[in-house]
Design a protein around this ligand. Structure first.
Ligand code: PEP
Length: 270
C-alpha cells in the first residue's frame, strides 16, 4: 500500500518550554485510545525543542527538523548539522521551506546541498517547492518548480531519490488562507513527477510521494489532498491543534480512493 503522510510544521511557535510541554501533553491526550493507520505523522518543532520532543513524542509519531546545514561540523555559527539531528533520533528534515527561501534567501543550489547532507546521514528530506504569487502571475510556475526539483535532486542517486518526500507549497498559499484549486494542485503534481521522470525515469518518479502544503485545514482535505491525488499534506499553523491534527490523520488514513493496490504502485499513470 502506498504510504500517506501528514507533516506538521510547528514553525517558530510553541514559544516557551511551558507551551511545548503543554502541547506534548495535549498530543498524548488526543492520541490516547486512537489507532493511527494508513498515515505517517511527522512533527517538526523548532530545533530548540527537538531534544524534548525526541524524549517525549508519543509513538507512532515521528520527528523532523525544520532545516539542516550542508556541512557536517565546523565554524558555521547558528547552523545545525545532519549528524547532530541524527544523534537526537530525528528521522526527517524539511529543506527549502518557502519561509527559508524568503527570509534566509536560500537558493535552489543550497537547498540541493541540504538535501544531500540529509540523505547521506540517512535523514528523510521533505523538499518544499513552489512558486511565488508574482511567478504564477507571470505564468512561470511550471519552469520555477521544475528547476527547483532538478537542482535539489542534482547528483542524488535513484535509490536515494526514492527516500525523498516532495511538498508542493505555492508560496502564495503559505500562511495566507488562500487555497489553490484542486486542478492547480494536480497540475503541479504532474509537473513535479515529470521533472523527476526526466531525471530518473517514470518508475522511480512514481515512487516519490508528493504532498500539498499551504493553509491546510481538515475541512479542505477533499480539495487539497484527495481530489488532486496527493500523497498527504504539510500543515503549518493547524498542526498547533492536536485535535485537528488527529482529525486530519484519521481522514487521510481512512480514505480509500481506489488508487492504491497491494504492491505499492499507483493505479494508472499521469
Ligand atoms: C507550512 O508551514 O508549510 C504551511 C503551509 O503553513 P500554513 O499551513 O500555516 O499555511
Amino acid at each position: 500500500m502506498k504510504r500517506r503522510y501528514l507533516i506538521g510544521n510547528l514553525k517558530m511557535n510553541l514559544a516557551s518550554v511551558a507551551e511545548t510541554e503543554q502541547y506534548l501533553v495535549a498530543l498524548r491526550k488526543e492520541l490516547f485510545g486512537k489507532r493511527i493507520d494508513g498515515v505517517e505523522i511527522v512533527l517538526a518543532p523548532s530545533s530548540v525543542y527537538l531534544e524534548r520532543f525526541s524524549r517525549e513524542l508519543p509513538d507512532p509519531l515521528r520527528l523532523a527538523a525544520q532545516d539542516v546545514f550542508w556541512e557536517k561540523e565546523g565554524s558555521f555559527t547558528g547552523q545545525v548539522s545532519a549528524p547532530m539531528l541524527r544523534d537526537l533520533h530525528v528521522g526527517s528534515v524539511i529543506v527549502g521551506h518557502g519561509e527559508r527561501r524568503l527570509y534566509a534567501h536560500e537558493t535552489d543550489t543550497e537547498v540541493g546541498w541540504k538535501m544531500k547532507s540529509a540523505l547521506h546521514e540517512n535523514l528523510q528530506p521533505i523538499l518544499c517547492v513552489g512558486e511565488t504569487a508574482d511567478e504564477r502571475e507571470r505564468g512561470e510556475e511550471v519552469s520555477v518548480v521544475s528547476d527547483q526539483v532538478r537542482l535539489a535532486f542534482h547528483d542524488v542517486s535513484p535509490m536515494m531519490a526514492e527516500r525523498v518526500l516532495v511538498a508542493y507549497e505555492p508560496r502564495w498559499a503559505i500562511g495566507t488562507d488562500i487555497i489553490p484549486e484542486s486542478e492547480q494542485i494536480f497540475e503541479m503534481r504532474i509537473v513535479i513527477h515529470r521533472a523527476l521522470a526526466e531525471l530518473y525515469g517514470q518508475p522511480v518518479a512514481d515512487r516519490v510521494p508528493v504532498l500539498y502544503g499551504g493553509s491546510v485545514k481538515a475541512t479542505l482535505l477533499e480539495r487539497v489532498c484527495f481530489e488532486p491525488r496527493m500523497d498527504g499534506v504539510l500543515v503549518g499553523r493547524e498542526s498547533l491543534y492536536p485535535h485537528e491534527l488527529f482529525r486530519m490523520a484519521h481522514e487521510i488514513g481512512n480514505r480509500d480512493d481506489g488508487r492504491r493496490e497491494a504492491d505499492g504502485n499507483e493505479v494508472g499513470g499521469e
